[in-house]
Each structure stands twice: as C-alpha cells, then as structure tokens.
Design a protein around this ligand. Structure first.
Ligand SMILES: C[S@@+](CC[C@H](N)C(=O)[O-])C[C@H]1O[C@@H](n2cnc3c(N)ncnc32)[C@H](O)[C@@H]1O
Length: 293
C-alpha cells in the first residue's frame, strides 16, 4: 500500500475507510490507517474550540468524580489525541494514574504532546487494539471510551467483552446512540458502519448496566452521544499497579533495553518516542533474544 498516495487521496477529501474497504482492506486496518492520516486534526480542533471541549469533558469528569472514591487508575480506550483524556483529567477531584491507548501511533504521539500541555499529572499512552488489550483482567479501576467503539460496527460484543475484561470497577461508554438518533442520523450511522445496540449487547453479556442516557453536550445532532454506565465490582480496592501484558499470550512483559520482551511468546515490542507499540502485530519475532541480554 502506497501511504504517500493515500495521504494525497485523504487530503482531497475522500473517505479513507470506504476507499480502503472497497479495495479489499479489512475494516480494522482501514480504521487504523484512516485515523492515522487524520492525526493532528483533533488537537488543532480542540485548541480552536476550547469551550466545547471543556463542556463535553466536564460532563465525563463529573461522572468520574461521582464514582471516584478509591479510584487509583483510569484509562481511555481509543484515546485518539488525548483531547478528551487530558481535559477530563484536569477536571478530576482525585489523582488517578492515567492511561490511554489507540490503534494509531501518530495520534498517540499528538496525544502525548497535548496531554503534557493540557492535562494534569502524567499519562501513560500506548498503541493497542481494543480487541486484544495488552493488560491483565481487572487492571484499571475505571475504563471509559469516547466515540472509539463508534466505527467498529458489527464487533460490538467483542469490544464490550474485552473492555469489560480489563476494567476493575466500572466501564463507561460515551458512544453514539443509534437507538436515540433521528432517522437521518441512523442512515448516516448505517452508511459509516457505526456500532449500534450497545445497551442490549451489555445486557446479553450479563453486564450490570446502571445508567443509560443522552449527554447534555453534543457536537453533531446526527450523532448523539449516550453515556452507558456498567458496574463491574465497585467495591474492589483501587489499583495503581497496572502492568503491560503480551497481546499475543497474556504474559507479563519485561522492560528490556528500551523495549518490552515476552519471554514465553518470544517476541519483542518496540517503544517509539516513549510510546510502547503493543498490538499483536507489533510483536517482533525474536526466538534467540534471551541469548543476547
Ligand atoms: C472518533 S475518534 C475519538 C478519539 C477520542 N476518544 C476522543 O474523544 O477524541 C475514534 C478513535 O478510536 C480509535 N480506534 C478505533 N478502533 C480502535 C481499535 N480497535 N483499537 C484502538 N483504538 C481504536 C481511532 O484510532 C480513533 O483515534
């Protein structure tokens, strides 16, 4: 695939996910490439529309503040350029360790820079896939999303199961509501391959949904955001000790010479400009690595 050519096609205004899927590229790869090409646009937009970002994230921060007693770690899955995470974190009345991951490295790099400028405390951002998150079960006290399950229509059950697996106390989804959208909104979501029926999927998977409602702040009336609050084990004690796991076999990763090493899957995961690359595909086969360290 010629990424330079794709960059020019993206700049001419073509929908890259449609373009790639029509040419036989799998939807997950198409989403990753499309979002990587868009990198930088969210931070620019957030700087131009700081009032909107403040309002949108204050609603999320308020939910987290209400649930927050004893919360020691939070994570945004599909963190993009961290424009949501940084502004949520800034408005929290507690001091959790903050994690975020995205399928796109370019976006995570923009995110790291944005968080350092706008967030509070530090953040640990990594590249990961929400369908194989490189963390152990029950790792992070509060896991939340903001429009990141959105483009993965058809994979709702897989996404919710995996996000729920790594959440310790709560999983909170801020995602488009197909059910509460207008007919025009639904047609648009159908065309874009957006998720639907998340509360029903959560019910089907036996999760405890304790709230589901539209948010007050919405940037696009054709794509209304709803908050879905799923309680897992709200009385669990908080966890600051979040460790990376091999996305191929779940083993704890060891930091070795600036990379992450999985002794039992015999793979190395690189770290680029401080961002660990932890999708299954990033694992470099290194069956003799142990002989050199
Ligand atoms: C609409 S953007 C939202 C970004 C961010 N959550 C925010 O509020 O600004 C959707 C993000 O989800 C990410 N994403 C989509 N599918 C993903 C997957 N399977 N694993 C990780 N990230 C994913 C995209 O790369 C993109 O950055």
């Amino acid at each position: 695939m010629d990424l330079l050519e794709l960059k020019a096609i993206y700049k001419s205004g073509v929908n890259i996910i449609d373009y790639l899927v029509c040419r036989g590229v799998g939807r997950t790869d198409a989403i990753a490439i499309s979002y990587d090409l868009q990198a930088g646009t969210y931070t620019a937009l957030a700087d131009e529309n700081s009032t909107y970002i403040d309002e949108y994230t204050s609603e999320i921060a308020e939910t987290l503040n209400t649930l927050g007693a004893g919360t020691e770690s939070i994570m945004e899955a599909g963190v993009g350029e961290a424009t949501t995470l940084a502004n949520v974190r800034r408005q929290l009345r507690f001091e959790p360790d903050s994690f975020g991951f995205d399928i796109s490295l370019s976006r995570a790099l923009f995110g790291q820079k944005y968080f350092n400028r706008k967030g509070r405390g530090s953040s640990s951002l990594f590249v990961g896939d929400m369908f194989s998150i490189p963390l152990a079960d029950d790792s992070v006290d509060i896991v939340y999303t903001s429009h990141s399950i959105e483009p993965n229509g058809g994979r709702e059950e897989d996404a919710l199961s995996e996000l729920y697996r790594v959440a310790r106390k709560y999983l909170i989804l801020y995602e488009p509501s197909y059910e509460m959208a207008t007919n025009e909104g639904r047609q648009r979501m159908d065309h874009l391959g957006y998720v639907r029926g998340l509360p029903q999927v959560a019910d089907k998977l036996g999760m405890n949904v304790s709230d589901y409602r539209l948010t007050k702040v919405c940037s696009n009336s054709l794509n209304p955001t709803a908050m879905l609050l799923i309680e897992k084990n709200k009385r669990a004690s908080g966890n600051r000790n979040v460790e990376y796991r091999c996305p191929n076999n779940g083993e704890r990763l060891q930091l070795s010479h600036g990379c992450y090493w999985s002794e039992s899957s015999l793979r190395i995961y690189p770290v680029v400009l401080g961002i660990p690359l932890l999708t299954p595909q990033h694992g470099i086969i290194a069956t003799h690595y142990a002989e050199f360290i």
